[in-house]
Design a protein around this ligand. Structure first.
Ligand SMILES: *Cc1c(COP(=O)(O)O)cnc(C)c1O
Length: 408
């Protein structure tokens, strides 16, 4: 199956009990069973079945199976949000005293989270660019995970997965990739050596900004050394499913960051048009970037432009497609605000991956908790506008930006 066919038919063929063509919504907290013995078996993972929606639910299961297959993973665990997915993907393997290595171009919420983790004794070493060289310099005996975004939001730096995963694996450390902005349409990170993938499925997977959710997918390829990752001792018996089993039976379940069935449903529906939307979004983003490139006094950043430093990687890893986010430096904070306010179609909103174009002044919003140094390392300047391109007609979008620029 090719991508768009797979979105509809892989791991999903409606509901056999009713013929429903969409995933039915099981809006129930608990599931009743015919005997105490049956519920005991389900609770102890000795029989398949559902007990309680914080632990599992048919609507959520269906969404997880579709995403796992699409990312070529062995399984997936869904979360209440992308942030919950990022948090859980790490807390499943870390303990006090451990270190994370991360790219400094990360999503602002993730940078804030890594600050929060310090009080629990988990520290993060940031590198301005995630490369094999920069990461290998930072690895110590305490490093337990390398975490980065494949296309940084909003820095738009692209990671060479093969090179970085090679170095990381040679130290017995897993590579965890936030692939939210790349999506499975551009790449399956497991093909290039990533071990765990997380998504904020609130974004491109949902597609129309209707529900928050997050996903953790495991490749099943990483072998967790039980001395180094001591929590894995009792999960050895699960073989390649150890990470997912530990997550489901441990911190994910107990912190209670489960996805709501309704949101799993909305994200499943959105997922079906991911290919169509991404095709249009990438094409619109490139056209808008090409136009903005011609504007004097402004600087556009889009990975698929030929003069972008990541252009070659975009070709080899993403088949030449650059995703749907670009950033524009307007010249000053004041110009950035005026440009944003003069746009007719773009919503001024803190989201990405919607069908409509969204713009935001990153420094004063999503990076408002960051230090000046953190902002600069993340490519967030005082005049930076982040644009999440929508599916509007490209001519209309370009026309809108043209008139807004003319006004300032
Ligand atoms: C939005 C986003 C997140 C956080 O996801 P939520 O669903 O908003 O919690 C994490 N990483 C990236 C790259 C994002 O864009």
């Amino acid at each position: 199956m090719k991508f768009n066919t797979a979105l509809l038919h892989q791991s999903f063929d409606g509901d056999s009990a009713t013929g429903s063509t969409l995933t039915p919504i099981c809006q129930s907290s608990a599931f009743a069973h015919e005997s105490a013995e049956k519920l005991e078996a389900i609770f102890n993972n000795k029989a398949p079945g559902y007990a309680y929606t914080r632990i599992s639910n048919p609507t959520i299961d269906s969404f997880e199976r579709r995403i796992a297959k699409l990312e070529k993973g062995i399984g997936a665990v869904s979360c209440s949000s992308g942030m919950a997915a990022v948090t859980m993907s790490l807390l499943n393997i870390l303990k006090s005293g451990d270190e994370i290595i991360a790219g400094s171009g990360l999503f602002g919420g993730t940078i804030d989270l890594f600050d929060d983790l310090r009080v629990f004794g988990i520290t993060t070493k940031f590198t301005d660019e995630v490369t094999a060289e920069s990461v290998s310099k930072l690895i110590t005996g305490k490093t337990k995970a390398v975490f980065t975004e494949l296309i940084g939001n909003p820095k738009l730096d692209v990671v060479d997965l093969k090179a970085v995963s090679g170095v990381v694996h040679s130290h017995g450390i897993p590579l965890i990739i936030d692939s939210t902005t790349a999506t499975p349409y551009l790449i399956n990170p497991f093909d290039y050596g990533a071990d765990i993938v997380v998504h904020s499925s609130s974004k491109y997977i949902n597609g129309s900004g209707s529900a928050i959710s997050g996903m953790i997918i495991d490749s099943g390829n990483f072998r967790w050394d039980k001395e180094r990752y001591s929590g894995f001792k009792e999960y050895e018996k699960f073989g390649k499913f150890a990470y997912l089993a530990k997550l489901r039976n441990g911190i994910w379940r107990n912190m209670g960051c489960c996805l709501a069935p309704m949101n799993a449903y909305l994200n499943s529906v959105g997922l079906e048009t991911l290919g169509l939307r991404m095709e249009r979004l990438c094409s619109n983003a490139l056209k808008l970037a090409q136009f903005l490139k011609t504007v004097p006094g402004m600087e556009v950043n889009y990975p698929a432009l030929p003069d972008n430093p990541y252009y070659e990687l975009v070709k080899t890893q993403f088949g030449g497609k650059g995703g749907a986010i670009l950033t524009l430096r307007a010249g000053s904070r004041e110009k950035a605000f005026r440009l944003i306010n003069n746009l007719k179609y773009a919503c001024i909103a803190t989201n990405i991956g919607d069908v409509r174009t969204l713009v935001i002044h990153a420094a004063s919003t999503i990076y408002t908790h960051s230090t000046q140094q953190q902002k600069l390392s993340a490519g967030v300047y005082d005049d930076t506008i982040r644009i999440s391109v929508g599916i509007e007609d490209a001519d209309d979008l370009i026309g809108d930006f043209r008139q807004a620029i003319e006004k300032i």
